[in-house]
Design a protein around this ligand. Sequence first.
Ligand code: ADP
Ligand code: MG
Length: 696
Amino acid sequence: MSLIPALFGSLVFNDTVMKERLPKETYTALKNTIENGTPLDSNVANIVANTMKDWAVEKGATHFTHWFQPMTGITAEKHDSFISPTDDGRAIMEFSGKELIKGEPDASSFPNGGIRATFEARGYTAWDPTSYAFIKDGSLCIPTAFCAYGGESLDKKTPLLRSMETINTQALRILRLFGNKDVTRVITTVGAEQEYFLIDRKLYEKRRDLILCGRTLFGAKPPKGQELEDHYFGAIKTRVSEYMKDLDKELWRLGILSKTKHNEVAPAQHELAPIFTTTNTATDHNQLTMEMMKKVAERHGLVCLLHEKPFAGVNGSGKHNNWSLCTNTGVNLFEPGKSPYENAQFLLFLSAVIKGVDEYQDLLRISAAGAGNDHRLGANEAPPAIVSMFIGDDLAEVLDAIESGAEYKGKKVKSMNVGVDVLPNIPKDSTDRNRTSPFAFTGNKFEFRMLGSSDSIACTNMMINTIVAEELCGFADILEKADDFDKALTEIIRDTVKKHKRIIFNGNNYSDDWLDEAEKRGLLNLRTTPEALPYYVAEKNLKLFKKHKILTEREIRSRYEILLENYCKVLNIEALTMLDMAKKDILPAVVTYVKELTEAALAKKSLMPGIDRSVEESLIGRLSTLLNRFYGKIGELELALGESKNHTDIQDLSYYYQSEVFARMQELRATGDELESLTASKYWPFPIYADLLFSI
Ligand code: ADP
Ligand code: MG
């Protein structure tokens, strides 16, 4: 079974390929660029480009593209062929270092939040040598950053790369303080678990809401939903299993470590988890995974839905971002240690996360904000909009003991084994699972569960890296100057626990009690995207990103605006689609059914004037009343949409869409769903929930 190892990464210009194909000096120079950021000279770039091209052409590629991640949240590409004319009328395949390093897509239509006026619409893409190039659909894809002509970043990747540098710098300062001299680089690792729905393509094609919005805008609750919980981890149906096998193969070719697959809670819902890797690679891989999920589905007559809430009444889809810090010597910094000093170091890193999550709850919430995810977070689904942290009871006990200065008598640890003042030993494997926490410590990593299934993980990791770097920086500033290191260290940890323990919550995050409790603790509860986004431009956050050179104020303001704009546009499209379906499909269908009922009643009457027609008449009556109400709700939604023109400020407009337009949409839907439950199947204009969820 050596098939899979041969398949794995076969479409990736990875380290092995580089080592094999590049001249030794070129390989060393490139490695130096990848690992230490040393600028690449044009000679080296030319050799790399030519080697890449030869490799890609051998694999059947004819084109190349800079592959980037603009603020749309998906990836972008513009393909050029390798073809170059010769004097004698032939063509040869060429690819230069210049083309590898820099591209200038005509990029005036990417969201830029006011950074680029159209007269200076040029943006450029710059090779990111830290991500491997790969082949997709006959094109050599070169991962790049995307910037405006003035240098401002217009993509998700650039600030992520900057944040990885920052956390490396700050984590190294801490490691040096603990006497570590071998580690030269600290990297962040991420494994992104991806949820998705699979439905039949033929049914999908009959629903304009799914086609245009990715989610159902109408649909009455089916008799069976997820209440039996018979889908979760259940046997995978043949058709789905074929799909998953095919998908795995595509992902393995691209060097993506797809590892685990299982059925999720909702009917037709599934999950894929890869083995974790470096954050920027994990980000590329997650984008490619989402793309491949959709593409492979097509081959199987299926459609993969990545929307956060395709169906009301059953679970939505999220993405779990597992995050940790790892040294280049292979040590996971969130692995509780064996020796007292290792423990102390672990507790310090843990403190940085606790303090960071508490001080920057808003940023974490923003990193998962969007119209789609509001259906989960704002609706107290999984998890709620309140950011809190789970660390497990044992670790909580350790922190309690540190706070009170009391002796910690751990359940599993008998000896105190303290070398650093009063810092106790950490019980191993002390993290029971809490599946409701938005930010859970799961033994040696943190699992951030707020992300929506369609989100890019770049923003979240940029936020986590930056806030943890900021706290590590603050700690290092104190510790580097401390006369008594052990004492200062203990004080930092104790102080963090005292001031920030409100963010720790080990209970059930879905309970109503938690809402009250969180409010008492002063934690933020930003239910909707319009409520969350203004925090992006809060003074403390502008300061944070500026200090660590992640984003300038102009870049942040542009992102804030892009996110708001996107929110308003999504709601506008949804509202228009609803109106379209309501007027062109639902109304005519119900009218036709009422006509049939009326004709049936009349036919009965002419045949036998005295016969009971109460069923027909009652149905006609109920449907007519509902139809009337439905028509009224259409008018109200139209009016609300029309009035959106009165809101010129984008933040103001987003609130308006949230409170007015969305509310009218909900009302229209409720009436439409009632009509569905009373209308004969053969008249209903599109597939219903039971078909969509249980047809595979
Ligand atoms: P679950 O969360 O379902 O219990 P696991 O704990 O096995 O599952 O892992 C979930 C995800 O976390 C996987 O993608 C895995 O690769 C990733 N993961 C494991 N260790 C780390 C780590 N040190 N850094 C980042 N991600 C990790
Ligand atoms: Mg998980």
